[in-house]
Design a protein around this ligand. Structure first.
Ligand SMILES: Nc1ncnc2c1ncn2[C@@H]1O[C@H](COP(=O)(O)OP(=O)(O)OP(=O)(O)O)[C@@H](O)[C@H]1O
Ligand SMILES: [Mg+2]
Length: 248
């Protein structure tokens, strides 16, 4: 459904991704596990097309050169040159790292902004679904997003991505900085998004432990390179992986 072929990304002369080939099948929940600077965000940005936007901006201001080699395929089509907003329209949607939301707008306004590509009826239905998924957000409908807790902002960011209507949803470190209780809540919601809404998921995380039982397939990356792949439970048996990423 979503695949990369021999992706190489350079920031000036520094390597962000190194010959990365991976595949996500329809309905799967796929994990991308790696420590700081492993290349997780670079991969998510390349799959969502955000990197094209970053490249343009850097070029305009005469900043560093971003170079991308290799291909991104969605439903068999080469989308490597498709801009991120077009990819979103096609159903490839990214919820970025550290939950950027519009802090001065209310929860409801944030959701409306996220749904701007869709007809009003669908936006209203989407909002109701969001409030079912996250009852906390329903309580704070009129509150400015900037006044929500980190966990609540993360929930809002994920529901904003859902409002776009993803076929495949890319989540960049959704559990980052959350308390264990909040992490469990979020993992439950991620399971619902996968099982009930039938959305295909790619989730980048540094510490994947609470997610691992849910993952159909896992890619471990280091220095922009794949070092290990396999179903979650199998990786869990590898002692090196266990101590490096899962804290056991
Ligand atoms: N805009 C950029 N300009 C220059 N180098 C970058 C840029 N973005 C990322 N890099 C470099 O590319 C490599 C991969 O970074 P990336 O942000 O993709 O890692 P990550 O796995 O998401 O890390 P983290 O867990 O900290 O979010 C790092 O060495 C980083 O310094
Ligand atoms: Mg990152």
């Amino acid at each position: 459904m979503l695949a990369t072929e021999n992706l190489m990304v350079f920031y000036e002369n520094a390597l962000g991704l190194n010959d990365l080939t991976m595949e996500v099948r329809p309905g799967q929940m796929v994990g991308v596990i790696g420590s700081n600077c492993a290349g997780k965000t670079t991969l998510m940005n390349t799959m969502s097309g955000l990197i094209l936007d970053m490249r343009l901006k850097e070029r305009r201001k005469g900043g560093e050169r971003i170079t991308v080699f290799g291909r991104v395929l969605f439903e068999g089509e080469d989308i490597s040159q498709v801009m991120p907003y077009e990819r979103a329209r096609m159903g490839v949607v990214l919820a970025r790292e550290r939950h950027p939301v519009f802090p001065d707008s209310s929860v409801t306004e944030n959701l409306k902004i996220a749904g701007y590509l869709r007809p009003w009826k669908e936006v209203r239905a989407g909002m109701e679904r969001s409030f079912d998924l996250f009852p906390n957000l329903a309580r704070w409908k009129r509150r400015k997003a900037g006044f929500l807790s980190g966990g609540e902002q993360q929930m809002l960011a994920i529901t904003m991505a859902l409002m776009v209507g993803p076929k495949v949803l890319l989540l960049d470190e959704p559990l980052l900085g959350l308390s264990p209780a909040m992490q469990n809540l979020l993992v439950g919601v991620i399971r619902q998004i996968s099982a009930e809404a039938g959305v295909t998921l790619v989730i980048a995380e540094q510490f994947a432990r609470p997610l691992l039982p849910l993952l159909d397939y896992t890619y471990v990356i280091e220095n922009g390179m794949l070092t290990l792949t396999g179903p979650g439970p199998e990786l869990m048996k590898n002692p090196e992986i266990k101590s490096a990423y899962f804290g056991v």
